[in-house]
Design a binder for this molecule. Sequence first.
Ligand code: ADP
Length: 172
Amino acid sequence: MTAGSDPATVLLMLDVIYPGTFDPPTNGHMDIILRAARIFGRIAIVIANHPHKDCFFETEERKELMEQLVSDIPNVEIHVWDGLIVSFAEKVGINVILRGVRALTDFDYEFELCLLYKSLNPGIETILLPTDKKYLVLRSSVIKEIASLGGDVSDMVPPAVEKALREKLQKA
Ligand code: ADP
């Protein structure tokens, strides 16, 4: 068998940080996490806990959802962080940040982020993983809007997230 032909092979023993708001996690996020878990050594998912950011799900709820979603992926761990992502990288000693990109519009923003990370810490490298075309239009903000208007989001988020959205919207 040639290297990498088995999709379950870990190809690089490189640890990466995958930061995001994950409000809530979507099938697009999960695709990036699952693919990354086959490529890299350890994936540290970092859930942003920014008090000024108005999130639909509380930080603890986003963490609990993510914990359920990755519970059977052994090389993934979850952290919550309220500071700069480069400070998290320095704290845990991982110098590679993974970001997902959907379309060219994302690319501009993500490219600027790469440069910002580098200007804050020249030792940080960023890897961009293109989305699978199935998830090109998936965005947490749009999914929340569709769900709040009574639309079906079952193809867009994992079942646990769909349930959490439904319950949260009922309470709202
Ligand atoms: P949002 O989902 O609102 O864009 P996040 O901060 O939760 O924002 O996203 C975290 C990371 O996941 C970012 O790198 C973002 O580009 C990436 N991402 C989000 N949605 C997708 C998707 N559908 N496919 C691939 N990557 C995605």
